[in-house]
Ligand binder design. Structure first.
Ligand code: NAD
Length: 356
């Protein structure tokens, strides 16, 4: 791939390759945009088949973080790291400390966090070498309750947009996936007296857990979740669950959940859901609760303050729905426009020098 052409096309700032011989560490950090503040994004450990594949992944993921942070109202930019290796073999204290030292060389321009195959425990090792790391176990902890809290308020905003009323108790819900975020989301919906909740799962342990914890929440088979006559379909499992096959079945007028990359093809299926009269809550906005939560570690973590900020996902989604209507675009395109406008506006106000 022509890296500079790609970086120029999408406005990347920096792409850094690093290697540590003693631990076998091999990785890439990408900083997409730091107009709003230091870039923040997780570290993904994956056995990439080629360097090309790893490079493309880090570039794509870093750019996604720019949109996510900007649309979430955070003063953070977008960045990401990928480490190339077998997660079963490479992990050790020295490995993550070696990585932490490379993060430190970026002088605060990039802050790391857990992602696929890296955990809060690994962040503790990184933290021994750099302060540019969040999601330390003793600080904000597990992000899942925060992510679900944001999705809960995003669902309220979507109800308001669709029906003019955001009272959770008046509506019915179908939650796909009852792992970390799905479990918490079901809990929040129940506390708000949801009229009816259905859930689906493929993991027997999780099915039993939910049945025991919430006997009134009804289990349905994985294939049956799409066709339910409910007001909200909440994807909280895998990506790409809105596709040509499932769209034909979906009856819910709202799709809003915690999962990433819900639309198999962002443009095609974004337009298709809209044409079908479905309101789609853009994933990177509605599931930003975890990111907002960890970002509070940078200024001293207080759960109440973080959760209050997460609730603002409600107002943000309503603004994005407004952009979609005004600009006649899909809600995902509107979220990107919303993020780009914020970056442009903040960039402009910094054009003149003022001593801080
Ligand atoms: P998780 O692994 O804890 O839970 C996902 C659950 O979905 C699992 O229990 C799994 O068995 C179930 N599942 C998988 N395929 C299924 C299927 N076809 N039908 C029904 N259930 C199925 O993951 P999580 O942390 O809850 O994350 C869920 C989604 O939210 C992911 O897409 C993740 O990227 C996204 N997300 C999570 C967070 C967070 O804070 N955890 C933050 C942002 C985005």
């Amino acid at each position: 791939m022509k890296k500079f052409d790609y970086m120029e096309k999408y406005g990347y700032e920096q792409l850094v390759f690093f290697h540590d011989e003693s631990t076998g560490l091999k990785g890439i950090t990408c900083i997409h945009n730091t107009t709003l503040g230091p870039s923040l994004g997780g570290t993904r450990l994956w056995n990439y088949e080629t360097e090309e594949e790893a490079t493309l992944d880090v570039l794509r993921l870093a750019r996604g973080m720019t949109y996510k942070a900007a649309a979430s109202g955070l003063n953070l930019g977008g960045g990401k790291s990928v480490l190339i290796g077998d997660p079963e073999k490479v992990k050790s204290e020295a490995y993550f400390r070696a990585f932490g030292r490379y993060v430190q060389t970026l002088g605060g321009r990039y802050i790391t966090a857990p992602d696929v195959n890296t955990s809060a425990k690994d962040m503790k090792f990184i933290n021994l070498e750099t302060d540019s790391v969040v999601a330390i176990p003793e600080k904000s902890g597990n992000p899942s309750p925060a992510t679900a809290w944001g999705a809960f308020h995003g669902i309220r905003a979507s109800l308001k947009e669709k029906f003019g009323d955001d009272d959770i108790s008046q509506y019915t819900y179908a939650v796909q996936g009852a792992g970390q975020t799905g479990d918490f989301l079901i809990g929040y919906l129940r506390e708000a007296n949801a009229k009816k909740i259905y859930f689906t799962e493929i993991n027997d342990k999780h099915i039993e857990k939910i049945k025991k914890k919430y006997p009134d929440v009804e289990f349905v088979d994985p294939d049956d979740i799409y066709g339910l006559e409910v007001d909200v379909f909440a994807p909280c499992a895998l990506g790409a669950v809105i596709n040509d096959k499932t769209l034909k079945k979906i009856k819910a007028p709202i799709v809003a959940g915690t999962a990433n990359n819900v639309l198999e093809d962002e443009d095609k299926h974004g337009k298709a859901v809209q044409d079908q009269g479905i309101l789609y809550a853009p994933d990177f906005v509605i599931n930003a609760g975890g990111l907002i939560n960890v970002s509070h570690e940078l200024t001293g973590y207080e759960k109440k303050k973080a959760f209050n900020e997460i609730e603002q996902i409600y107002d943000r989604l309503l603004e994005i729905y407004q952009v979609a209507k005004e600009d006649k675009v899909t809600t995902t395109q509107a979220a990107k426009i919303f993020a780009e406008r914020r970056i442009e506006r903040i960039d402009k106000i910094h054009a003149n020098y003022i001593k801080k």
